[in-house]
Design a protein around this ligand. Structure first.
Ligand SMILES: C[S@@+](CC[C@H](N)C(=O)[O-])C[C@H]1O[C@@H](n2cnc3c(N)ncnc32)[C@H](O)[C@@H]1O
Length: 219
């Protein structure tokens, strides 16, 4: 079966820009105290409720967010569409398992994970496909497992034909938190936390609010 064109475009876009974007994207978390606080809280809740805190970051890119979660006690691995990103993450964090995969069809057993994080990766899924991807997150999480989603909030899409000096075709969708919460609800999650924060002052290239949602899978 041929894959959707957006997946091919996203993969080749990130393959092209990995060596240029991974460093700056990786540094962003150092400058975002609220983001670190919510990721650390997610890690604490997963560890509190699950003796085996098996967690996956989908769209793990450079690997820095997965490494932050590992530092907070989670047994974490990363999955990313882009082979170049996976190679970068493996090189940078050799102690963590990173592999190539797509978030709409995860190579993970039903109800096997205690945690799943999508940190600025759901933003590459078009609106029509987002509920099915969130349902896939629900499939792989155990009852009581936690999902954390981070994304720019809004209703428009930024399209780039060029990035970091490379020709690409990359869409960055901003998401409506209410619509994502509705998708979580339909996928069997209860909402644990919803944070909408202002952009960090130094990240003025995308001065839009950012949202972080945490959900818990119902039995
Ligand atoms: C903006 S980067 C975010 C990287 C990382 N999560 C972080 O902490 O900054 C988006 C990443 O999601 C990946 N991605 C996009 N669509 C994906 C999909 N359908 N399945 C898996 N990964 C995907 C991209 O290859 C890219 O590495």
């Amino acid at each position: 079966m041929t894959e959707p064109t957006y997946l091919t475009a996203t993969r080749s876009g990130y393959d092209a820009i990995t060596e240029s974007c991974a460093g700056p994207f990786r540094a962003a978390l150092d400058d975002a105290p609220l983001d670190r606080a919510l990721l650390a809280a997610l890690a604490e809740m997963v560890r509190r409720d699950h003796p085996d805190p098996l967690t996956v970051e989908v769209g793990s890119g450079h690997g820095g967010t997965a490494a932050y979660l590992a530092k907070h006690g989670l047994s974490v691995s990363g999955i990313d569409l882009s082979t170049a990103m996976v190679e970068y993450a493996r090189r940078t964090y050799p102690e963590i398992d990173f592999r190539v995969g797509a978030m709409h069809e995860l190579d993970i057993d039903d109800a096997s994970l205690a945690g799943l994080v999508s940190w600025y990766s759901l933003i590459h899924i078009p609106e029509s496909d987002r509920p099915a991807v969130v349902a896939e997150f629900g499939r792989v999480l155990r009852p009581g497992g936690y999902v954390l989603l981070g994304f720019q909030a809004g209703d428009d899409t930024l399209h780039f034909d060029e990035a970091f000096g490379h020709e690409v075709s990359l869409d960055f969708h901003r998401l409506d938190p209410d619509a994502v919460i509705a998708a979580l609800d339909a996928a069997g999650f209860e909402l644990v936390a919803r944070l909408v924060r202002a952009p960090e002052a130094r990240h003025t290239s995308a001065p839009v609010p950012h949202a972080i949602l945490i959900g818990r899978k119902l039995a």
